[in-house]
Design a protein around this ligand. Structure first.
Ligand code: 7TS
Length: 403
């Protein structure tokens, strides 16, 4: 599917064709995204929101059109609910600081799950230190799913939980969480929910109004966009009450040495010159995937994941984490081969031109829960093929023979 749009995919590594299976870390960029950035720097570049001159207005238009493209992509109600950040990590840090200031007091609780990326753990720990909060954790089952009945009882037993923060899709297990159910259960107790959408937005259609999530975070670079740009969606009713995260230009209305009044949404949360070239390139990436169709992408990646699971399971001593039969996961497969360290396997696959990730994948508590030190992880994107899965399987078999 559209491989030719991605120039890097035709390069070689150690004189072998590149097989890029590290898409959960970051995706490769289609030509149109790189060209959009080049075109803007060559022909449009000027700072946004501050100039009356032609170029500044043009750059501002592209930047604000990008906000509208993101709004439409996740179906937010208004573009003032779309805050541009550097990525998922910054989105969650912004929320932790600002939501914490507005809505949390000593003794309050934040509820996260056992399968979170460090980006959805550490900001809450920093906030907890600052405010004297407690972090509670929803456990997962042995087959890598959120334990919904324990989640229900945690919600029912505490009156102090102020926010539930859960990932949409696990970056280690590929588990697609029943996020709508998770959100509605929290809402029954009057608790808002942050969804970490870093691993869902690249793979299937997300509708924040349909989910009814209160906050949603994602990264541009995982959805074929540039690095350094991401999004925090938030319901206006919360954002209005939250104080700014950083101070500076752009986020103010009036400044004197005595008092500053803050700008309206979303600018209140966007201090300093934004990455306006990045936002335009992100919108180009979003238009690119929408032109292919998120449903097409999902179908292709589901077929590829099912094929990969089937082929990987034929290898002796293969241990695959998550992906139970009755609960097909997303385009991420973590595995180990008994007797071979994940780092050795990853390094030897690299020598065959196959790029996979090894280690704890920035989700150490989850890796400990699985009782291991790390995994090898293959993760797919719209441009991966069955031939690349075959190359992975043959590569693993070759490494196994060496041991
Ligand atoms: N949340 C999840 C679920 C993620 O997978 C990641 C990045 C992040 C948050 C942070 O995103 P960032 O763009 O702000 O860095 N995950 C990975 C990964 O699995 N391998 O490298 C980065």
């Amino acid at each position: 599917m559209n491989r030719d749009d991605f120039p890097i995919l035709s390069r070689t590594v150690y004189d072998r064709p590149l097989v890029y299976l590290d898409n959960a870390a970051t995706t490769q960029k289609p030509r149109c995204v790189v060209e959009a950035m080049m075109e803007e720097y060559y022909n449009v570049n000027a700072n946004v929101h501050r100039g009356v001159h032609f170029l500044s207005q043009k750059a501002t238009d592209l930047h604000e059109q990008a906000r509208e493209t993101v709004r439409d992509f996740i179906n937010a109600r208004t573009s003032s609910e779309i805050i541009f950040t550097r990525g998922t990590t910054e989105s969650i840090n912004l929320l932790a600081y600002s939501f914490g200031e507005a809505f949390m007091q000593e003794g309050d609780e934040v509820l996260i799950s056992e399968m979170e990326h460090h980006s959805n753990i550490v900001p809450w720990q920093i906030l907890s230190e600052r405010k004297g909060l407690k972090i509670k954790v929803i456990p997962i089952t042995d087959d890598g799913q959120i334990d919904i009945s324990t989640y229900r009882s945690i919600l029912e037993q505490s009156t102090k939980i102020r926010l539930v923060c859960v990932t949409h899709v696990s970056n280690v297990l590929g588990t697609v969480n029943p996020i709508k159910e998770i959100i509605s259960m929290a809402h029954e107790q009057g608790i808002p929910v942050l969804v970490d959408g870093a691993q869902s937005t690249p793979h299937f259609k997300v509708d924040v109004q349909e989910l009814d999530c209160d906050f949603f975070a994602f990264s541009g670079h995982k959805i074929y966009g540039p690095t350094g740009v991401g999004v925090l969606y938030g319901k206006e009713k919360y954002l209005e009450q939250m104080p700014p995260y950083q101070g500076g230009g752009e986020m103010i209305q009036k400044v004197s040495f005595e008092k500053t009044t803050f700008n309206q949404l979303p600018y209140k949360f966007e201090a300093g010159t934004p990455d306006y070239v990045g936002t335009h390139a992100l919108a180009t990436a979003i238009n690119y995937v929408c032109n292919i169709g998120m449903d097409q992408i999902l179908k292709h990646e589901q077929e590829l994941t099912a094929y990969a699971l089937q082929q990987l399971r034929t290898i002796d001593n293969m241990q695959i984490y998550g992906h139970p039969e009755n609960h097909p996961g997303d385009a991420v497969i973590s595995f180990n081969i008994k007797g071979i360290h994940h780092l050795d396997l990853g390094t030897l696959l690299d020598r065959l031109g196959i790029a996979v990730r090894t280690g704890h994948h920035c989700a150490e508590p989850l890796i400990h829960r699985l009782g291991i030190e790390g995994t090898v992880r293959a993760s797919f994107a719209l441009y991966n093929t069955k031939e690349e899965v075959d190359a992975l399987v043959q590569g693993i078999q070759r490494v196994v023979k060496m041991f």
